[in-house]
Design a protein around this ligand. Structure first.
Ligand code: KE4
Length: 432
């Protein structure tokens, strides 16, 4: 395995890594950062601006991850930094209603029509966890259906993998998840309406909700086949089951209204995050008023959070959303995405590789496509991916350190930067 040249003497990342391993499990605060998927040691970043990130040794990289989604305008956009700097002078947290909470709620409901009421939380996981509890409370049903390959944060009920067959009860996908809980979650392959129909035939009246990433971006990136999302929605409606879209990554990125606007589907509940925090800790969940009114203090479904609606996080998120609207960032992202896609398709022409993209989200798989579900994605040659990752990194281009993640473009990825990146990637891929 080719390892990044992170071992040259006086390499501060290496020193930090050794210390991190002493005091932080696996040296990281989130597993994907540990480079387990690509080998080698992670580098430590001290600064990020636009599409550039700088490590502790002063090396600069072009960032194709963008902190997994929030950096839609690139890192540290001036409008966000200025707004946060000003807001910080007025305090960082009140724990008392503040005007920004009203503004953010109105903004989200304006941009995402299916969301009539919304509650702020502090991470995507918390947003999804709250949707699950709300769906179970409002329907008085316990079962949940999810799709293989979709990741919804580290929610107990959703760290569950398919049992031996799609219809069998879920198996925990992590230690610490009680079997009794895992069994309430049924997992079926994405893009497989027949499997979902079978689950509904078997357990329809017990299913509180079906949750999915409308565009799965945690197993690389693959897309719903035509009619799939509509089929899922019809089955939910037929059985009184709620439809939850996890748009933590796609929300406010694929369009102002997220994937649900692109595909014309109105889910009952939506989990959101990332972009609306401008890089600060934020999540949100929302949907039909009659469902959201089940939440405390109005209704019997409890949900709370000390830092929910935090003024700094909402300042950053509102500044980012406003700027995206001012420059019509979504149009720009599509233009940037097209340039990148054309270049990537030329670079991989005739090779055992597949490039998939929607808007500013993409994945380069090291196997033949199309990739339509997790089983297809698992066919990728992960050693080839790891070699590509390190060759790109050595040339100053940072991609997600795992084949099973999505890449992200931002409005800061100028034509010049893209050309440089595509030139380097073409050289790397020619050598293979
Ligand atoms: P957080 O709890 O990490 O804020 O959000 C969880 C989550 C929920 N739903 C979707 C669709 C998500 O993609 C995520 C988190 N995304 C990962 C990227 N694969 C975050 C990166 C990480 O885990 O460090």
């Amino acid at each position: 395995m080719h390892h990044a040249s992170s071992h040259f003497p006086g390499n501060h990342s290496h020193d930090l890594w050794k210390r991190a391993l002493e005091r932080i499990p696996g040296g990281v605060n989130s597993p994907v950062r540990a480079f387990k998927g690509v080998g080698g040691e992670p580098f430590f970043v001290t600064k990020a601006k636009g599409c550039a990130i700088t490590d502790v040794d002063g090396r600069e990289y072009v960032d194709f991850v963008g902190t997994w989604g929030p950096a839609i305008l690139g890192h540290a956009p001036d409008v966000v930094i200025e707004a946060v700097r000003e807001a910080a002078l007025k305090g960082t947290s009140f724990g008392i209603p503040n005007p920004l909470e009203v503004e953010m709620a109105e903004t989200i409901c304006r941009m995402v029509p299916s969301v009539e009421k919304v509650r702020m939380v502090n991470s995507g996981t918390e947003a999804v966890m709250s949707c699950i509890r709300l769906a179970r409370g409002a329907t008085a049903r316990d079962r949940i259906v999810k799709f293989e390959g979709c990741y919804h944060g580290h929610v107990d009920s959703l760290l569950v993998k398919a049992g031996s067959g799609a219809l069998t009860l879920g198996q925990p996908d992590s230690a610490g998840i009680p079997q009794a809980l895992a069994e309430l979650t049924i997992t079926v392959p994405f893009n497989d309406l027949e499997a979902l129909k079978a689950v509904f035939r078997e357990s329809g009246k017990e299913i509180a909700a079906v949750i999915l990433e409308p565009v799965p971006a945690n197993a690389g990136l693959y897309l719903p086949m035509p009619g799939f999302l509509e089929g899922v929605q019809a089955l939910c409606e037929e059985h009184g089951t709620l439809l939850i879209f996890d748009e933590v990554m796609t929300g406010f990125r694929l369009s102002p209204g997220g994937a649900q606007e692109v595909f014309g589907i109105r889910p009952d509940l939506t989990a959101m995050g990332k972009v609306i925090g401008g890089g600060l800790p934020v999540g949100a969940f929302g949907g039909r008023s009659d469902l959201m009114d089940w939440l405390a203090p109005l209704g019997p479904v409890y949900q709370a959070g000390t830092l929910s609606g935090n003024p700094l996080a909402l300042t950053a998120g509102l500044a980012q959303l406003r700027e995206m609207e001012r420059i019509n960032g979504w149009q720009l992202l599509e233009e940037i995405g097209l340039i990148f896609e054309e270049g990537m398709r030329r670079a991989i022409h005739g090779k055992e590789m597949t490039f998939q993209r929607i808007g500013s989200m993409f994945c380069l798989y090291f196997c033949r496509g199309p990739i339509l579900n997790l089983a297809d994605a698992k066919g990728s040659n992960t050693s080839a991916f790891a070699r590509f990752f390190h060759q790109a990194l050595d040339r100053g281009f940072y991609f997600a350190p795992s084949q099973f993640e999505s890449g992200f473009l931002s409005t800061a990825h100028s034509c010049g930067i893209l050309e440089e990146g595509l030139k380097a990637l073409t050289e790397i891929l020619q050598d293979d």
